[in-house]
Design a protein around this ligand. Structure first.
Ligand code: PGA
Length: 256
């Protein structure tokens, strides 16, 4: 069985003192959670402070981006080795805000994925369609293109370290969640693609998170879908209470 995996994505939020307080609260709320993997993906500048607090706890430290080159003349960028230096274990790659606001291409995302894996970081690779793509009926086409291009240089043996997050762009930060059925259908399709790109064992073992307006109120129904292995939580991860409630609801949905 794929172990549930719920990660918070703080995006560009919190001050240093808020980051510390939120992390302390999370550690207190999550101390007894055993049956779910947990992570927080925080702004680069707070990795050190948050890392000090989560050290030795259940909560894994994650970043939200990296550069694909090892080092060099890339002003303002952060390398995989720098992330590792701070005790970072996970990194979000290809978030829709980076694809659509910062203009990241599938080629860049593919290179970031390769770099992260080479450096021993575990990536959460995000993909998902825009509203107009869903309305035009091209969701599967978009997911296929993103998956095939992003994973072009990723081998089967790398896949044990990879988590995929299906995040329909129209559901991110909008309060409009995909229905459990819509999410499960997309996850099933991603798994079908993975079976073709790798094999059915890899497709079955790869964890696929859902992301997009996950809240304590919808976590139970979403997690009732077997295809959903976890969540990537944005807005609601900024409250330790909401985040822990989401974890609780997800585990309740699976009778864990
Ligand atoms: P949201 O963000 O939960 O605020 O919709 C999810 C994400 O972007 O990862």
């Amino acid at each position: 069985m794929r172990k549930p995996f719920i990660a918070g994505n703080w995006k560009m939020n919190t001050t240093l003192s808020e980051a510390r307080e939120l992390t302390q609260d999370l550690v207190e709320h999550m101390a007894s959670v055993e049956l779910c993997d947990l992570a927080v993906c925080v702004p680069f500048v707070y990795l050190f402070a948050v890392g000090e607090i989560v050290k030795g706890t259940k909560i894994v430290l994650g970043a939200q981006n990296l550069h694909w080159e090892e080092k060099g003349a890339f002003t303002g960028e952060v390398s995989a080795a720098m992330l590792k230096d701070f005790g970072t274990d996970l990194v979000i790659i290809g978030h829709s805000e980076r694809r659509h606001i910062m203009g990241e291409s599938d080629e860049m995302i593919g290179k970031k994925l390769r770099r992260a894996l080479d450096a021993g970081l575990r990536p959460i690779l995000c993909l998902g369609e825009l509203l107009e793509e869903r309305e035009a009926g091209t969701t599967e086409e978009v997911l296929r293109r993103q998956l095939e291009e992003d994973f072009k240089n990723i081998k089967g043996e790398d896949m044990a370290s990879v988590t995929i997050a299906y995040e329909p762009v129209w559901a991110i930060g909008t309060g409009r969640t995909a229905t459990p059925g819509q999410a499960a259908e997309a996850h099933e399709f991603i798994r079908h693609l993975l079976a073709g790109m790798y094999n059915s064992a890899i497709a079955q073992d790869t964890r696929i998170q859902y992301g997009g307006s996950v809240k304590p109120e919808n976590a139970y129904d979403l997690f009732k879908e077997e295809e959903i292995d976890g969540f990537l939580v944005g807005g609601a991860s900024l409250s330790a209470e909401d985040f822990s409630k989401i974890v609780e609801e997800a585990l309740r949905a699976r009778d864990l």
